[in-house]
Design a binder for this molecule. Structure first.
Ligand SMILES: Cc1ncc(C[n+]2csc(CCOP(=O)(O)OP(=O)(O)O)c2C)c(N)n1
Ligand SMILES: [Mg+2]
Length: 380
């Protein structure tokens, strides 16, 4: 495991349990490493990063209009409140099957998708509730889908991992790690073939980068000059496995070089940095029909899915990322820039809560799919 600058006292190595055991570990960091847990982190450094980000955000907000900033903040808050409600109703048995939450990663979806225009496409993994709402699927339709009810966006047949809407250009919701990378590349091929100037955003986690489909797709996209933006949401973990234990190099953005493609690293806790990087990639795709790989680093606060006991990381690590929470950071910037006040934030929060409650009520009252639906929408 590469040493991080956040480690103050000691350097920890991965899997020290496999050492011969002769060394006696004394610091908390060493003991955690011994147990296979991730490294210790420094909250002070997180705070310093927060302040640095705030400076760049203060410059960036000046370039965007108030209405858009309001919408971006509202969608981030809605994403957070909606997902917290998902966890709550999941625990009381309202949602069945898998449920992967996006809490902590909101700036990625909002920063990227809100830079799109009509006719652009989005495709993603199973961590898809927020992306579906940002694409324009209503909170009611997403919640009802989670409940497996007929009012869901795919009539209750897909559930948490398979949100989909052709009209909104949202092509899933995919459960096979990396599977959507090939499909997304094909969607961009179709956009080019039809002579449009539209683009495709193709999201996937950092663990998907180790799949062959990632490399085949990047090669093809650059070779055929396809208007696709590959967005790696690097949240540090693939289920319980840290990236440092599974990937030989730490920079995913650098992998673009292997295909002669533009690649960029972005701080995913900063919604405005995400938007700016996406705008650069979109321009490259629309004007020159060229792909880009964006590695956007963020952090998931919750477990991999609702059934994750989370024994592979420390609470200190989670806290470090929460210190620079993307919503708190954005709000503080907007307040400092005198664009919004605490009262505006309260209003946004209560609108998001209201929309979420409305979604729950809708899902509760929506009927389960009729038995006759068992034989519709079947392809094989
Ligand atoms: C081909 C395949 N292999 C394994 C799995 C089991 N699996 C589900 S999610 C996951 C981890 C993926 O992590 P990452 O791509 O980083 O996305 P994240 O969950 O962090 O958003 C694994 C291994 C799967 N669904 N598909
Ligand atoms: Mg991951």
């Amino acid at each position: 495991m590469p040493k991080t600058t956040t480690q103050k006292k000691t350097a920890t190595k991965p899997n020290t349990a496999s050492n011969n055991g002769s060394k006696k570990h004394t610091t908390k960091a060493e003991i955690n490493a011994e147990k296979g847990l991730t490294e210790e982190v420094d909250a002070k450094q997180a705070k310093a990063e927060f302040e640095k980000r705030q400076k760049s955000q203060l410059a960036a907000v000046k370039k965007l209009d108030k209405e858009l900033l309001h919408k971006m903040l509202y969608m981030m808050v809605l994403g957070r409140v909606f997902e917290q409600k998902c966890a709550e109703v999941y625990r009381i048995g309202k949602i069945g099957g898998f449920c992967h939450l996006y809490i902590g990663q909101e700036a990625i979806s909002i920063g990227t998708q809100m830079a799109l225009k009509e006719g652009d496409y989005v495709i993603t993994s199973y961590r898809d509730h927020v992306q579906a709402m940002v694409a324009g699927i209503t909170p009611e339709a997403v919640m009802a889908e989670l409940y497996g009810k007929s009012g869901g966006n795919v009539k209750g047949k897909g559930g948490s991992m398979h949100m989909f809407s052709k009209e909104k250009g949202f092509f899933g919701g995919h459960g096979i790690v990396g599977g959507q990378i090939g499909v997304g590349t094909g969607m961009a091929y179709a956009q080019k073939y039809k002579g449009t100037d539209n683009v495709t955003l193709c999201f996937f986690g950092e663990a998907a980068v180790n799949q062959g489909i990632f490399h085949e797709s990047l090669n093809m996209a650059q070779l055929w000059k396809l208007p696709v933006i590959f967005i790696c949401e690097n949240n540090k973990y693939g289920m319980g496995t840290s990236q440092t234990r599974a990937m030989s190099i730490s920079s995913i953005a650098k992998k673009a070089e292997g295909y002669g493609m533009a690649g960029e690293f972005v701080d995913g806790m900063d919604v405005l940095a995400v938007r700016e990087a996406t705008e650069r990639a979109i321009e490259r795709a629309r004007k020159d029909s060229l792909p880009t790989l964006l590695e956007i680093r963020a952090y998931r606060y919750m477990g991999h899915s609702m059934s994750d006991p989370g024994k592979y990381r420390t609470t200190d690590e989670i806290k470090k990322f929460q210190e620079r929470d993307p919503i708190v950071l954005f709000k503080e910037t907007l307040k400092k820039a005198k664009i919004f006040t605490d009262k505006d934030f309260e209003e946004i929060e209560s609108q998001a809560k209201e929309a979420t409650q409305k979604a729950v009520d809708f899902a509760e009252n929506s009927p389960f799919p009729d038995k006759s639906e068992l034989f519709t929408d079947i392809y094989a």
